[in-house]
Write a new protein. Structure first.
Length: 432
C-alpha cells in the first residue's frame, strides 16, 4: 500500500515569527562570573554615565525606554531591577541607586532576542496533563518545538491544541508575549548542573521558553523528544534532548509533571555521549529502555536500572532500504500498540534527503523487528523541500489517539506541519 493512500497531510503550518522576543543579558555584561576586567570596566562606565544624569533626565530616559518596549514583555520594570541586581557583583562601590537609576541601569544590560526568527521545527507531541476543555471523544495535547534565533541558538518552546474524535487537529492561538522561567536552584554535579525551573502559572503555555542555561547547553537545547511515562500509576513527562556547547554534544534529560515546573539534568554513560535518544513510555521487565544511535548509522536498544546512566546497548536496526542507506535514527519515543511497539524512524538517502519511516517492534523484546516500512511514510513534497536545510522532513515524536496516529513533522529545518494516519493502514503498509 502506498503511503499516499492513507497519509493525510494537514495545512496547519507553524512558521517562525520574528516578532516573538524575550529580553536576554547583553554584553559587555552577560553575567558577573563571565566578565573579564575590560568588560567590568565598560560596565562601570555605563553605571557612571547613568549616575551623572540629573534625576529628571534619568526619569525621562526611563519613560522613553518604556514607551518603546513596554507591552512587548511582562513585568518589564521588575526585569530591569532584577538585571541590575544580577550585575551588582561586577560594579565597583557606588552610591545607593534610586529606583529609577536601578531600573535604567538594568535596561542597559539587556537586549531583545528573537528566539524563533530563523526556524520553528522538530516537533514532539504528548497528551496534555490538563484535559479541561477537550472535545467530546477527543483530547488536548502539548507540542514542543525547537526554535532557532540569532547566532543559531536553539531553545525550547511550546504550543497547545486539541484532537477531535475523528483525528481532526486544532492549534490554539499563540500568545505574542514570551517569557523565560525563574531559576529555583542550580546544583553542581559531575560534569554539569541540575537546574530546577518554574514558570508563572498565569502564563499561557505558548509564552513559555526554555533558553540554554548551562555551559553544556550554551549553544542550544536541540530536538527534545517528549514522552508521557507511566510507572506504578505515576505519570511523568520526560524529554531527552541534545545539549550543544558550541564544540561538543551530549544527551540530557528534562522532567516535568505539569509543564510549569521543570528539572534539567545531565545523562551519563557511553550511550549519552551521542544525540537522538528516545525513552520508552514505560519500563520493560522492570528496567528503563531507550532507543539511541551510537555510531551515526544504526539504531541501538539500551536498558538501564538508573534513568540517568546509559551504557552499552545492542544494535538491532540497520539501514536496509535505499532511502535510508546513509543512516537511520529514531523519530521519538516508541508508541505502544496491541501489536507491538510502533517506532517512527528517519532515514537519509541520496543527496542527503531525509524521510520518515516506521517499524513495529516486539512488545516483550523490542530488539525483534516484526515489520518495517520499505518506502518512506513521509518524504519531502515539492512544496516542502525549500528551507534552511532543504529536502528534510523530521519529527521528534508522534502520539496515538484512538485509531489514529498524530504525526507533527518539520519541513526543511524551518517550519512544522502535521500528518495523520490510521493505525491499521500503517501496519498493512509495513513488510514483515
Amino acid at each position: 500500500m502506498s503511503p499516499a493512500s492513507f497519509l493525510n497531510r494537514q495545512a496547519l503550518f507553524l512558521r517562525p515569527d520574528p516578532a516573538r522576543v524575550v529580553v536576554r543579558p547583553f554584553k559587555p555584561a552577560t553575567e558577573p562570573r563571565d566578565l573579564n576586567p575590560k568588560e567590568k570596566t565598560r560596565a562601570n562606565h555605563i553605571v557612571d554615565r547613568v549616575l551623572a544624569l540629573e534625576p529628571e533626565a534619568a526619569a525621562s530616559q526611563l519613560i522613553d525606554v518604556l514607551e518603546n518596549f513596554d507591552g512587548r514583555h511582562r513585568n518589564l520594570l521588575k526585569t530591569f531591577e532584577n538585571r541590575a541586581d544580577e550585575m551588582e557583583e561586577a560594579f565597583t562601590p557606588h552610591p545607593e541607586f534610586s529606583r529609577i537609576q536601578r531600573q535604567l541601569i538594568g535596561a542597559y544590560f539587556l537586549h531583545e532576542y528573537s528566539f524563533e526568527s530563523a526556524a520553528l521545527f522538530n516537533p514532539s507531541i504528548v497528551l496534555h496533563p490538563d484535559q479541561t476543555g477537550a472535545p467530546p471523544g477527543g483530547c488536548r495535547f502539548i507540542l514542543s518545538l525547537r526554535s532557532v534565533g540569532e547566532g543559531h541558538i536553539s531553545s525550547l518552546t511550546f504550543r497547545s491544541g486539541s484532537i477531535a474524535a475523528d483525528g481532526g487537529i486544532v492549534i490554539d492561538p499563540t500568545i505574542r508575549l514570551a517569557s523565560v522561567p525563574k531559576v529555583l536552584s542550580r546544583t553542581a554535579v559531575l560534569d554539569g548542573e541540575v537546574v530546577h525551573l518554574e514558570f508563572a502559572t498565569d502564563e499561557d503555555i505558548t509564552e513559555r521558553l526554555i533558553f540554554p542555561l548551562t555551559s553544556s547547553q550554551s549553544n542550544g537545547i536541540e530536538d527534545a523528544r517528549f514522552v508521557r511515562f507511566e510507572d506504578d500509576g505515576k505519570r511523568t513527562y520526560y524529554a531527552t534532548y541534545t545539549a550543544y556547547s558550541g564544540s561538543a554534544i551530549r544527551s540530557e534529560l528534562l522532567q516535568t509533571d505539569d509543564f510549569v515546573r521543570f528539572r534539567m539534568s545531565p545523562l551519563y554513560g557511553s550511550a549519552a555521549r551521542n544525540k537522538g535518544m528516545a525513552l520508552f513510555p514505560r519500563k520493560i521487565d522492570g528496567r528503563y529502555a531507550m532507543i539511541g544511535r551510537q555510531d551515526n548509522e544504526n539504531l541501538y536498544l539500551i536498558y538501564s536500572d538508573d534513568l540517568s546512566v546509559w551504557d552499552g546497548g545492542v544494535p538491532f536496526m540497520r539501514p536496509r532500504f535505499p532511502w535510508e542507506f546513509v543512516q537511520i535514527g529514531n523519530c521519538g519515543s516508541p508508541i505502544e500498540l496491541d501489536e507491538g511497539w510502533l517506532l517512527f524512524t528517519h532515514g537519509v538517502g541520496p543527496v542527503r534527503k531525509y524521510s520518515i519511516g516506521a517499524a513495529l517492534l516486539d512488545k516483550k523484546d523490542p530488539s525483534k523487528i516484526l515489520a518495517r516500512s520499505s518506502e518512506p511514510i513521509v518524504r519531502p513534497e515539492p512544496s516542502e523541500r525549500e528551507g534552511y536545510v532543504p529536502n528534510v522532513v523530521y519529527t521528534c515524536g508522534a502520539m496515538r489517539h484512538g485509531e489514529h496516529i498524530i504525526l507533527p513533522y518539520a519541513l526543511s529545518d524551518t517550519a512544522s506541519n502535521f500528518a495523520t494516519m490510521r493505525i491499521d493502514a500503517l501496519l498493512r503498509a509495513m513488510e514483515g
